[in-house]
Design a protein around this ligand. Sequence first.
Ligand code: GLA
Length: 681
Amino acid sequence: MISTLHTRTYRGADGAPAPRLAYGADYNPEQWPREVWEEDVRLMREAGVNIVSLGIFSWARIQPGPDTWDFAWLDEVMDLLHEHGVGVDLATATASPPPWLTTAHPEILPVTERGETLWPGARQHWRPTSPVFREHALRLVRKLATRYAEHPALVAWHVNNELGCHNVYDYSDDAARAFRDWLRARYGTTDALNHAWGTAFWSQRYGDWEEILPPRLAASHPNPTQQLDFKRFSSDALKDYLRAERDLLRELTPDVPVTTNFMVMPGTKGMNYADWAGEVDFVANDHYVVPHPQARDELSFSANLTSGIAGGKPWFLMEHSTSAVNWQPVNLAKLPGDMARDSLTHVAHGADAVCFFQWRQSAAGAEKYHSAMVPHAGADSDLFRSVTALGDTLKTLAPVAGSEREPAEVGILFDWESRWASEQDSHPTSLLDYHQEALDWYSALLNLGIRADVVTTGADLSRHRVLIAPVLHLVPAELAKDLTRWAEQGGHLVTTYFSGVVDENDHVWLGGYPGALRDLLGIRVEEFGPLPAGQSVELDDDGTGSLWTDHVTVTAPETEVLVRYRTGAHAGRPAVTRRGAGSGSAAYVSTRLGADGLAALLPRLLEPAGVTSELPARARGRVEATVRRGPGGRFLFLVNRTDETVTVPGIAGEVLVGTTDDEGAVVLAGRAVAVLRTPTD
Ligand code: GLA
């Protein structure tokens, strides 16, 4: 469907569809006087902008009262954009309900677990399960879709905005009712629910559906399966809302692709995007760099995971920032080169669009200090010049549009249910960070110059020779069978501490950990050994473990011990093991090694699969290599991860972006990106 978007967005001089990468931003013209719009479209042309997301927070402007509508301004903006060759990803404008609606219907406002109302005054103050909200929102969607169905600027629909950004967990009475319906559909009977939730514990047995509540603030730890189901339900409730808008749009404008912007980035956990991806015509994502020692690895990881969610198909970077944001404790400006490197890293991982929040930096409102394509300083600024330069680079990369990711030999499994379940309360440690563990494995592979695909559960395992599944905590019987079959047929599984421990109901697999994966791994753990913050243990390969240790016993003759604990409660016992399974293997890492420790261990773990770096030795660790492949060729993206110049010799191909030296080696200045094309067979 993203190809539909390309063809609607752009036709070449001969009128035939011509691929190109989309470039643009959220555009909020309602914040500016009319004369600024003229300057906007002129500057958009200068910058190479060919798409904007329009109307995201325009509900109050479009519908100033229950029965008053004002489309004149929007008609004018749509026409103006079209005249200037800018396509519109038109928002359904439902993200921020107007004051007249919340005044008339305060029962649409979300409620926290403590019973506090989230009042209007910011945005996204609506309950995902409110029938009243839905009725008003769909009325607006119908009006918009009917009015703009045939508008030539319309290239896609943008449902709501960042669904769940502020309202994913709502504990209101509407939510309670919808939660009960969801549970009824899942379990059928209260007996089945009582079993799944383990309600024999602490006298929690339910005799009637009406007795069940969301996990509101309780005297102690709420029931863990209730918590897990509430997470599943909350993700499903928003997905259901997304479907409601989408179905209406498909009915009214069947040829216009529908998307919504996901937030695959750290800290956003509530929406199971792997599960949502099938609901949209193309995947779109928002990503912001967060302050973190592995910040750029994290950007690459999120882009890579978005590609996994999109099934390796091209996707749309709907928002990122040209420079600083406004919502961190200290909002750092980007260094020269960072904006282009960030954008092109997303393209390297499959983005066919590079868009920002937002086009023009606001003069008022909570986001006035958030960067934009046109800063407060105006077009005569280094920032706008770098925006224009990036527009030129994206034009050069037009042949990349539509290409898919070339599968890597190594996959990293990112499992939403394990993420939710492993980080719940009343566990052996509250210090476990699922995302960080996955990111550490990713950084370790980047440090070794080895390409990896981040994939989600249900992805085709046969594409990968090695699958790293960090903290694969929640393992239903079927998943254990699939992994076992895949390993026996030649796959090499690597998993870690706290994996295989519970089933889909968050019930422990009995008989010793790692439960569902015990036989495959050929080990048994009788007791967990989490470590206090700041405490570590030494390993006999000179590595250091933290966070977690296990009392590992080898149970299969073919299980090898690769590394042992040298210190701590398990000194002398296995820390890292590997069992040959059929023509593959299954390895277990029982402690947290961090990115550096994993980089030291990984060559041994990858050895049976024969996986090594494709990069020349001097570029390994300093350059990230990513490959896209499509009708236009095979595209190798080389991203300089460092601030220093890196020279990469021996790379064949036509240089689309970047420079070479006299010997033909690719020369990457600090933070620079090169793109080389070779023909596909
Ligand atoms: C989100 C929203 C935007 C804006 C940006 C700021 O991504 O979708 O409206 O608030 O954050 O970073």
